[in-house]
Design a protein around this ligand. Structure first.
Ligand SMILES: Nc1ncnc2c1ncn2[C@@H]1O[C@H](COP(=O)(O)OP(=O)(O)O)[C@@H](O)[C@H]1O
Ligand SMILES: [Mg+2]
Length: 251
């Protein structure tokens, strides 16, 4: 088992606030890893650092053995082709149809024929259960459908790594569960690596091979769901039990 992404000694500050205090984290190839933690603990920041949307103040990030922190934009573009990203708000372009939304990364980064684009977009829309909705605009889609659309757009380039920032937040529990199952289903079909951010304990336990628990700017715990339940960390324990009282300081 080898890491596809590595963070080494990563520090990230915003003014006086040190969000990440030197984290080491391995994302293993072909596995589903979930970052858990309190709101504001730096989960999204960690994902943005991996994507190069933010740069670390100290430390490095690697894709296999290739350093991807502080690299020129041209190199960044190459690396980004390997990543598919689903942001919390799914971020479809309002002025484009679903078809054009999903075709967008193909048109942007690849030189494909119109037939090939159509074949790929149709295929991925079918996989996420949106067949027949190609000509609809995002405003005509339900929250669950927009989420599926975001998934399709991230998947259409067949990335090596899929990154999901709280993919089910804002959905009702049933739709949330359906989307979660879809994420696992697509992971099985494509065999990619997945990095998800989730603050729902049950769902994290169900879908993750590994859990990284971020607390106070550090990786307080890394291991399997089973190990998480046995962990001696008083912070992780309180988080998993969802208790208001305990060592965790909520600000
Ligand atoms: N671009 C930014 N500028 C200033 N502060 C930021 C920025 N991005 C995130 N932060 C701060 O960093 C902390 C961690 O944010 P974030 O990673 O979004 O938390 P979460 O774990 O909820 O995803 C928060 O206190 C947030 O306000
Ligand atoms: Mg976040």
């Amino acid at each position: 088992m080898r890491p596809i992404i590595k963070l080494r000694g990563v520090v990230k500050k915003f003014g006086n606030l040190t969000v990440l205090k030197g984290i080491d984290l391995d994302i293993y190839e072909g596995k589903i890893t979930t970052i858990m933690g309190l709101s504001g603990s730096g989960k999204s920041v960690t994902m943005k650092l991996i994507l190069g949307l933010l740069e670390p103040d100290e430390g490095e990030i690697y894709y296999y053995d290739r350093k991807i922190s502080r690299i020129p934009f041209s190199e960044r573009k190459e690396i980004l082709k390997k990543f598919g990203v689903v942001f919390q708000n799914s971020a479809l372009f309002d002025s484009l149809t679903l078809f054009e939304n999903v075709a967008f990364p193909l048109r942007e980064h690849y030189n494909l024929t119109e037939e090939e684009i159509e074949r790929r977009v149709t295929h991925v829309l079918e996989l996420v259960g949106l067949k027949g909705a190609e000509e609809k605009y995002p405003s005509e889609l339900s929250g669950g459908m927009r989420k599926r659309g975001g998934l399709a757009r991230a998947l259409v380039t067949e990335p090596e790594v899929m990154l999901y920032d709280e993919p089910t937040t804002g959905l009702d529990p049933v739709t949330g569960r359906v989307i979660e199952d879809l994420i696992v289903d697509l992971y099985m079909k494509y065999g990619h690596t997945a990095l998800t951010i989730n603050h729902d304990v049950q769902s994290t336990m169900r879908m993750s091979d590994y859990i990284a628990f971020l607390y106070d700017g550090r990786i307080e715990f890394f291991g399997t769901p089973e190990e998480a339940f046995k962990s001696k960390s008083i912070y992780l324990k309180q988080f998993l039990e969802g208790r208001a009282e305990g060592p965790i300081k909520v600000v």
